[in-house]
Design a protein around this ligand. Structure first.
Ligand SMILES: Nc1ncnc2c1ncn2[C@@H]1O[C@H](COP(=O)(O)OP(=O)(O)O)[C@@H](O)[C@H]1O
Ligand SMILES: [Mg+2]
Length: 350
């Protein structure tokens, strides 16, 4: 049985529709991420689960319990925000113990729980310090400890790492994952950062314009994107406009074989990831498992771990190819052949 379920939940703000009939099931102990661009409805979904706002239609369940009409304080949730929202005038111990004091727990029990959580977040002995004495990453760990102190049913996090710089953000992704795995607390995490979503989540719900476009593991979503939007939002992809003619896809005047079925007719969009493309010698005959197109290098860009090469191959847009830095170098103006495994070309729903 699911731990958190949304059943046909929609949300309008006045005449603006923020969520359109959303269905979502989150399993016990799962780390589920809502991923999508700004304005797609991630925060709205989280606030509905928390009970800060009411749905326009639909029901929300925690296990078998319909919580739609319960106020936030009766839902047993823990919440972490981007700006930490620690109480500046309270010590770390009082911050972490806040929800326990509110629930009338005994001082000895609270002290024990605070010590346990400070160990878990690797800040032992920080009880008597104040938030302002800690770094941003440390404050965010305290915020996580505070959110889970009362063993809530669900942990909700809204872009908790948004204020941190890249290196610290990556370190914190690992910290939060480790805490979540230790506690096995059902978690709904919000981010617009695809690499963050991919590295932390059991499953990802990719949202666009108030809908879930795809729900799956990072591998599912990356390798089998359900739409052009998902393909482009999660990683980079070449989108190639083509036409179906006589049961095959034709793009730039050339037949391109694809994995999966081809619709009977009409315009299609092909997707191929830049790292699936190889630059080979012009005229090289490729084996049956591969397809190839000839083109001219437009530009090359050194990006550290990869070299990004743009190739004009007579398609609707230049092809972006990611080359390994050790591969033989190519230069703008050079004739090349681009090849790829047939299985890496897929037809995407628009
Ligand atoms: N309180 C509100 N009143 C009116 N419109 C809102 C309100 N909150 C959010 N919206 C709108 O609803 C849509 C979804 O917002 P939100 O859930 O905050 O998106 P996200 O968190 O994905 O950026 C956006 O178009 C936003 O402008
Ligand atoms: Mg938001």
């Amino acid at each position: 049985m699911s731990d958190v379920s949304l059943r046909a939940v929609s949300k309008n703000y006045g005449s603006h529709t923020a969520l359109r009939t959303l269905d979502l099931d989150i399993a016990q102990g799962e780390f589920l991420t809502l991923l999508g661009p700004s304005g797609c409805g991630k925060t709205t979904t989280l606030r509905l689960i928390a009970g800060f706002i009411d749905p326009t239609a639909g029901r929300i369940y925690f296990g078998r319990d319909d919580v739609t009409d319960l106020p936030p304080q009766k839902r047993e949730i823990g919440m972490v925000f981007q700006d930490y929202a620690l109480f500046p005038h309270l010590t770390i111990a009082d911050n972490i113990g806040f929800a326990l004091v509110e629930r009338g727990r005994k001082p000895a029990e609270i002290e024990k729980r605070v010590t346990e959580l400070l160990n878990l977040i690797r800040l032992p002995g920080a009880e008597n310090r104040f938030p302002a004495e800690l770094s941003g990453g440390q404050q965010q760990r305290i915020a996580v400890a505070r959110a889970v102190a009362h063993s809530p049913r669900v942990l909700l996090m809204d872009e908790p790492l948004g204020a941190l710089d890249l290196k610290l953000r990556e370190a914190m992704q690992a910290e939060i994952s480790a805490i979540q795995r230790t506690l096995r607390i059902t978690t709904v995490y919000v981010t617009h950062d695809q690499s963050e979503a991919m590295s932390m989540s059991d499953r990802i719900a990719v949202m666009n314009d108030g809908r879930i476009e795809q729900l799956g593991t990072a591998v599912d979503i990356y390798n089998r994107p359900a739409s052009s939007f998902v393909a482009g939002f999660v990683g980079q992809i070449n989108l190639i406009a083509g036409e179906v003619a006589a049961g095959a896809v034709v793009a730039g005047g050339q037949r391109i074989r694809v994995s999966g079925s081809v619709p009977p007719s009409g315009a299609v969009t092909l997707g191929i990831r830049p790292e699936q493309l190889r630059v080979v010698e012009p005229g090289l005959i490729v084996s049956d498992e591969f397809d190839a197109l000839d083109g001219i290098v437009r530009s090359t860009m050194f990006a550290g771990s990869v070299i990004k090469v743009e190739v004009d191959a007579g398609l609707s847009a230049p092809l972006l190819v990611e080359m390994h830095p050790d591969a033989p170098a190519v230069a703008a103006g050079e004739r090349v052949r681009i090849s790829w495994r047939v299985t890496s070309a897929t037809i995407l729903a628009s």
